[in-house]
Design a protein. Structure first.
Length: 286
């Protein structure tokens, strides 16, 4: 007779990626759990390319309840999900997995985290605004639908590879909102109220070719990268006329809160967690 594996006393979660050691997810979810009075364990898994499914299966077999998924495994997570939310389906990528018996639920919380940080934390209404999204890769794809749900006046998608920007715009085309894709020069004569950097340029300490007159009066610049990596872009945006420039630490916390809600059925407070992380970064800097 096969002995049934007993469920662990404390629910287990983890983040999986490669690299993963830098992840702040354990800190974030520990703070969430503390604030709502839940007992959880949260670890890190260094995934091996080509062996993602095996790592997920091992984690589930050991009693794991959910995973945050980061690069380079979001597409593989999409494939192994037996059920997907609409935003995961539209993004074509999954960054959160929840395990419920035989069900593997895939979600993409990136766009919701971005929008919540901009609208609720920053008090910047996207509705009726002209938005420029720089980049057409996975990071950009994951945020288009939540941005459109906020009913901006228009959404322009700029990318060095023009065909990728046009394809992404076509995928999300809507009669109600003008969604256009092109190269950076396509939008050189236009001004925008919200400019979002979804490229990998900041990670390489480089700048995307942002048009010199991209910012309308009162415009917000937002880099999806956070901390030191975002500083150059944020300073550049302010020099070009942005009224405010913020990094993506709030997005990181808000998208994690979406994952926590999916797993636990409770939405944790994010303001005190974001404050603690800002303090951590300041202490680390010096």
């Amino acid at each position: 007779m096969t002995q049934r594996r007993s469920r662990p006393m404390t629910d287990r979660y983890a983040a999986i990626g490669n690299p993963i050691a830098h992840s702040r997810s354990p800190r974030i979810h520990a703070l969430f759990a503390q604030h709502v009075g839940h007992a959880i364990e949260y670890g890190l898994i260094l995934g091996e390319p080509g062996h993602f499914r095996e790592a997920v299966d091992r984690f589930r077999a050991a009693g794991g309840r959910g995973l945050n998924v980061t690069v380079p495994f979001k597409l593989e997570a999409f494939e192994i999900a037996s059920e997907r939310t609409e935003r995961a389906t539209q993004a074509g990528a999954v960054n959160t997995l929840a395990f419920d018996g035989a069900r593997v639920i895939g979600d993409n919380t990136d766009g919701a985290g971005l929008v919540r940080d901009i609208v609720h934390n920053r008090g910047f209404a996207i509705a009726g605004k002209r938005v420029l999204l720089m980049g057409a890769g996975g990071a950009a794809r994951g945020v288009v639908l939540p941005l459109l749900d906020e009913r901006p006046a228009s959404l322009a998608i700029a990318n060095r590879t023009v065909d990728k920007a046009r394809a992404l715009a076509q995928r999300f085309a809507t009669d109600a909102i003008g969604v256009r894709g092109g190269g950076y020069d396509t939008f050189a004569s236009e001004r925008f109220d919200l400019v979002i950097n979804a490229t990998s340029a900041s990670l390489a300490r480089q700048l995307p070719p942002l048009p010199a007159h991209a910012f309308a009066p009162g415009a917000l610049a937002y880099d999806m990268v956070y901390g030191d990596a975002a500083r150059r872009f944020l300073a550049h945006a302010l020099a070009l006329g942005a009224s405010a420039a913020v990094d993506g630490l709030g997005m990181l916390v808000e998208q994690a809160a979406e994952s926590f809600w999916l797993w636990r059925g409770v939405r944790p407070p994010t303001a005190p967690v974001l404050e603690r992380l800002r303090a951590d970064l300041a202490a680390a800097a010096g």
